[in-house]
Design a protein around this ligand. Structure first.
Ligand code: ZN
Length: 439
């Protein structure tokens, strides 16, 4: 009995995160269809895909576009063909396209114009105007020696072959398991031009906004396969997620969402939310979305090795595909949960309750199509995530027994099948999406 007790203590001790923050599942309910789909993510398939990417020699955005075997053109035609095959295998469920445009490469000498060709697989939803974006960049470089060298080998197996193959594998598995799609559409995007200044993702973000799309969230998988640091430390059991904690835009809400989904579906794989846009001095394809007021988030391995990034040494042998698979499973659970849920409320309002002498607040929010009911989430302003969940029911006004001056309250939609939206924070003054009302 004592041994069992000590064992139980030991298990509790190793299960608790080192920094004392308890991951919360935020009241999410596990969807057995998602849990089943996670098992389809294949490390072996992703290894094969990444080895093909590396075999194109270089995928520099300005490299050869005509060769069938070498350069960025051959790489994107192969990615397109793979995605088309996945679509065939799911009865035509994916719409595969090139997203093209011409941009000035201001980082290059002489500021040349260049074609930007992203490859996109769409899984259309019931609402084709609402989109969840997940991408990785297929271009590579040896920028650490010469950012404009577009002829030498630039394997980019981790940066960002790892993210590219994770997104391709997601398109395959989500298409196969959910060929009819969800409430929102999903765009699986392989960007080009990342290493030249986020050019492909900027083009795609601007296109979606020009087309009037409502972008629920934009994720990027960038550098998601290394588990050994240069000093020999290893970590294959955690991943960093970078997002700006802007209450008005909702980046922090997105990080808390990923944190909760991870704790629910893959509890042995720790999500480390980092509430800043990106690593210091670095950028990624979520940034153009964040700059346009859209919640964006970056997935990146816990331990990077900067001695191999943007160099000929970014090789396949140093990518751990079991680890990439864990990231991809977290991606899948997150993206499907968000796409299956209704949108979050567009706007919220509050009023101090007179009957309680101002100790309670009436919270109101705009109704959301497809929402069966709503929940209010409460946290102290210093708390990393929500600690109280209140079921408001099928209403758009609720008297909450909280002193709103002292806490953050988020409102979220719940679909008929239990999927939860992102939260819209009440009283985040200055946000583009929010209105406030007093009486
Ligand atoms: Zn990258």
């Amino acid at each position: 009995m004592l041994r069992f007790f000590l064992l139980a203590l030991f298990v509790i001790a190793i299960a608790a995160p080192a920094d004392g923050q308890t991951p919360s599942t935020l009241g999410f309910a596990k969807d057995p269809r998602i849990a089943t789909a996670l098992g389809d993510i294949s490390p072996a398939r992703m290894r094969t895909l990444d080895s093909t990417l590396v075999a194109f020699g270089t995928r520099h955005t300005l490299s050869d576009t005509l060769s069938a075997t070498r350069g960025v053109g051959a790489a994107r035609r192969w990615i397109h063909a793979q995605l088309r095959q996945y679509s065939t295998d799911c009865g035509g469920c994916l719409r595969v396209e090139y997203d093209t445009g011409t941009v000035v490469v201001s980082r290059a000498p002489g500021r040349p114009e260049a074609r930007m060709v992203n490859v996109v697989a769409w899984l259309p939803g019931r609402d084709t105007s609402r989109v969840v974006v997940i991408g990785g960049h297929y271009d590579s470089c040896i920028c650490s020696t010469n950012s404009m060298d577009f002829t030498s080998d630039a394997p980019g197996a981790d940066d960002d072959g790892s993210g590219t193959v994770a997104v391709m594998e997601l398109a395959r598995v989500v298409g196969k398991r959910f060929p009819k799609g969800f409430d929102a559409s999903i765009a699986f995007v392989l960007y080009t031009g990342e290493e030249l200044g986020l050019l492909g993702s900027t083009q795609f973000a601007e296109r979606l906004l020009r087309e009037g799309k409502h972008i629920t969230a934009a994720f990027t998988d960038d550098i998601v396969g290394n588990v050994v640091a240069d000093d020999g430390r290893t970590d294959s059991t955690s991943v960093r997620v970078f997002a700006v904690d802007s209450l008005a835009v909702g980046g922090g809400e997105l990080a808390r969402y990923v944190w909760a989904v991870g704790a629910l579906y893959q509890p042995a794989f720790e999500v480390l939310p980092i509430l800043r846009l990106d690593r210091l001095g670095r950028g990624g394809d979520h940034r153009p979305f964040v700059e346009r007021g859209i919640p964006g988030l970056r997935f990146t391995e816990r331990l990077e090795n900067y001695k191999r990034q943007h160099l000929p040494t970014d090789s396949l042998a140093d990518v751990n595909f079991s680890y990439v698979a864990k990231v991809a499973r977290l991606n899948l659970a997150t993206v499907v949960s968000l796409a299956a849920a209704p949108a979050r409320p567009d706007s919220t309002a509050y009023a101090r309750d007179r009957n309680s002498g101002g100790q309670a607040f009436t919270i109101r929010w705009s109704p959301v199509p497809g929402a069966a009911r709503y929940e209010l989430l409460v946290r102290r302003t210093t708390a990393p995530t929500y600690t109280r969940i209140v079921n408001a029911g099928a209403v758009t006004e609720f008297l909450l027994d909280e002193q709103l001056d002292d806490v953050w309250v988020g409102v979220r939609s719940v679909g008929a099948d239990g999927h939860r939206s992102l939260t819209t924070v009440v009283g985040a003054i200055g946000g583009p999406r929010l209105t406030t009302r007093r009486r």
